[in-house]
Design a binder for this molecule. Structure first.
Ligand code: PLP
Ligand code: COI
Length: 341
């Protein structure tokens, strides 16, 4: 198969329309059989639940070309499970897990020409999304929904790729104590837009959000979980009921223990103790592991010993091992790498 004429090495994290996407509609209490279509446009009521009350959830996962030329994706079963939790929380119907996994395969196969070649530094980002498509005017769940999976080739989420970034402690909250921070709902991202624009205008790459109840503990950023390395080489990541259960983070904790022989722990992390950490990174599908060199808390700088030039040594090992598994250079735990073609 001939690849598209794309400058893979210079892609940013943006949307490029690809050839085919999967679409299924929910009506009269059931999902239809679904279809692959060329049509990238969505036509719905001006009063659709997604437009009025933001009733929409999504996922993000990537397909990779491996060293031996196959196309694989990483733990798609966990994305299928997470969108189920997200849908339930917003009173939406569940799209069956098996059909989710089949649709991922179909979309990747149909757009294989857009899946970046091995070693290009780019990947194929898949975006499953479900939204309320029928009209509601009183505040209630809609009766009809659309589920879609499309894909786009992407480069690094943060400009500069693996170069450490500087982030700020936000004065805004990302999630409410008993709210929706733990699911992947569009509304969580809408409410983060003012905070991210504010951070960017002040010269920061991202926000560190604190726990919404006490504002003393580290939660996550707008699009990734935190991962810290202590001075005695222990990997620690924040535990909270109001952060997204990142698949990358859960995988990295296992990689740290089983591949690198490190201690790894999920626990509450106070902002106060961050100054004692040796390394800091942001982990997620889009972020992979993006190193953080500095966190600014209202003018007070927390500079990590790993510096602003390169990622810290443990972060680098975690990055190499995870991406090694994803790209087929290292054998992953059973079930992590799903071969598509
Ligand atoms: N946290 C937030 C708010 C996110 O949007 C994401 C991205 O999906 C993550 C964390 C990382 O999750 P994952 O590793 O499953 O992509
Ligand atoms: C992902 O990593 O898949 C996300 O959804 C994060 C988003 C900020 C792009």
């Amino acid at each position: 198969m001939e690849k598209k004429d794309i400058d893979w090495g210079n892609l940013s994290f943006g949307y490029i329309k690809t050839d085919k996407r999967f679409v299924s509609n929910f009506k009269n209490g059931a999902w239809d059989e679904g279809t692959m279509t060329d049509d990238a446009m969505v036509c719905i009521s001006e009063c659709a639940g997604v437009i009025q009350y933001a009733q929409t959830v999504f996922e993000g996962l990537k397909a990779y070309t491996t060293e031996d030329g196959h196309i694989v994706c990483f733990r798609p079963d966990l994305n299928a499970a997470r969108i189920e939790e997200s849908a339930k929380r917003l009173e939406m119907p569940v799209f069956p897990k098996e059909r989710f996994l089949e649709a991922v395969d179909e979309v990747v196969k149909a757009n294989a020409a857009y899946v970046p070649p091995y070693g290009s530094g780019a990947t194929f980002y898949l975006r499953p999304v479900m939204f309320a498509s029928s009209a509601v005017i009183g505040v209630k769940p809609a009766e009809e929904y659309q589920f879609r999976i499309f894909g786009t080739p992407v480069g690094p989420y943060f400009k500069g790729g693996a170069k450490p970034i500087t982030i700020k402690v936000s004065d805004f909250d990302r999630a409410a104590p008993n709210g929706t921070g733990h699911i992947k709902a569009g509304l969580n991202y809408a409410m983060s837009l003012h905070a991210i624009v504010t951070a960017h205008n002040e010269g920061y790459a991202e926000n560190l959000y604190l726990d919404p109840k006490t504002r003393t503990k580290v939660e996550e950023t707008g699009g990734a979980n935190f991962l810290f390395v202590t001075k005695d080489n222990k990997v620690v990541t924040p535990k909270s009921t109001s952060i997204l259960p990142s698949i990358t983070r859960r995988s990295l904790v296992q990689v740290a223990k089983e591949y690198l022989g490190l201690e790894a722990e999920e626990r509450e992390i106070t902002l106060e103790e961050v100054k004692d950490m040796a390394e800091c990174g942001l982990c997620g599908t889009a972020a992979v592991i993006s190193p953080v060199g500095k966190i600014v808390d209202h003018g007070k700088e927390i500079a990590f010993p790993s510096g602003m030039e390169k990622m810290g040594p443990i972060t680098q090992k975690l990055y190499d091992t995870l991406t090694g598994i994803q790209m087929g250079r290292i054998e992953g735990p059973a079930g992590w790498v799903h071969k598509i073609m």
